[in-house]
Design a protein around this ligand. Structure first.
Ligand SMILES: [Zn+2]
Ligand SMILES: [Zn+2]
Length: 346
């Protein structure tokens, strides 16, 4: 076991504070990662405040981890000391079910092990990236290509794969019109990736406040959804709409923006059920779909794609003692576009 400095929430809704945690000894197939950067995902806040139900405390959040391998177990074949690596939302799964075998470890039927707020196969709670080191099985570790700096790569481990996977699955590419709802942590990566895939990209945001940013990030068009005229002007326009917001939306109104046969994919997680008149799907053979992060192989594919296209996240680097303030700013949508913790300051 190794004692490691970390930032933890001692109880639900309590501010995060500096503490120490124990990391397991490096096992046969494990890598020890010296964490350099950890992104702050909105879901860290949901979990630290028990917005998604009962959680495990103390909690060290963080599932956007970037660092360097400093030790490897004797059975490790994929990584060596000095390699630049990342860890996302999962650190283990059963590896035997149909979903694991299909590279969809996030949907493991036995339950994938989350990077934090979960219990590992050893019966111990998992602790996330707001810490200086982490021990992870090599099969749940991905390589960060040299073309990406570790700080801007960290948010790709959740925000990047969460948007890349559905954009790929639903065919975003040349000749396709793609809309991204919301220009936050997820949405700004959705715009960059959809643009790099060759799609014509439209941002649908509440206001035009971030329009200049959206166009710089790769959007071709930018509309305010607070303006009812937007829904008239864009009716029947899109092959694919990616919703990245967790606020309740009028899904019927957004479905009316799809072409015949189009799909609206939701990666945000509104807390309330949606009321939807199914005629908004039947009329036009439309699909309303969901998507949750991506598997390990696809996460590697996403990182390689982002490196090839020089796509990092837009970040605001913070010290660890600014985490609580950063949480408040995330809740106020006051971040462009991802906070990343410099873990050397823990
Ligand atoms: Zn996340
Ligand atoms: Zn499984």
């Amino acid at each position: 076991m190794t004692t490691v400095a970390a930032y933890a929430a001692p109880a639900a809704k309590a501010p995060l504070e500096r503490t120490t945690i124990e990391r397991r000894a490096v096992g046969e197939f494990d890598v020890l990662i010296d964490i350099e950067f950890a992104g702050i995902c909105h879901s860290d806040i949901h979990q630290a405040r028990e917005g998604w139900g009962e959680a495990i405390f103390p909690m060290v959040p963080g599932h956007e981890i970037a660092g360097v391998v400093s030790e490897v177990g004797p059975g490790v074949t994929k990584f060596k000391v000095g390699d630049r690596v990342g860890v996302g939302c999962l650190v283990d799964s059963c590896r035997e079910c149909a979903n694991c075998k299909a590279g969809l470890e996030q949907h493991c039927t036995a339950g994938a092990v989350g990077t934090y707020n979960a219990v590992g196969k050893d019966g111990e709670p998992t602790y996330g990236g707001y810490s200086q080191k982490v021990v992870v099985d090599e099969n749940f570790t991905v390589r960060i290509p040299d073309g990406l700096s570790l700080d801007v790569a960290a948010p790709l481990l959740c925000a990047g794969i969460t948007t890349y996977s559905p954009l790929k699955h639903w065919g975003a590419g040349p000749g396709k019109k793609v809309a991204v709802i919301g220009l936050g942590g997820l949405g700004h990566m959705g715009v960059k990736i959809a643009h790099a895939l060759g799609a014509e990209v439209t941002v649908l945001s509440q206001s035009l406040r971030k329009k200049d940013d959206g166009l710089k990030l790769g959007a071709d068009h930018y509309y305010a959804t607070s303006d009812p005229k937007t829904f008239e002007d864009l009716a029947g326009s899109f092959d694919l709409i990616l919703s990245t917001v967790s606020a309740p939306l009028d899904f019927g109104a957004y479905l009316s923006l799809l072409k015949t046969g189009g799909a609206l994919v939701n990666v945000g997680a509104p807390e309330e059920p949606i009321g939807l008149n199914l005629f908004s799907l039947i009329g036009g053979n439309k699909t309303l779909a969901g998507s949750m992060i991506g598997g390990i192989a696809e996460t590697q594919e996403m990182l390689d794609f982002c490196a090839e296209h020089s796509l990092g996240a837009e970040i605001e680097l913070i010290r660890a003692d600014q985490i609580n303030e950063a949480y408040e700013r995330v809740l106020a949508s006051d971040v462009r576009y991802r906070f990343v913790i410099d873990t050397a300051t823990i």
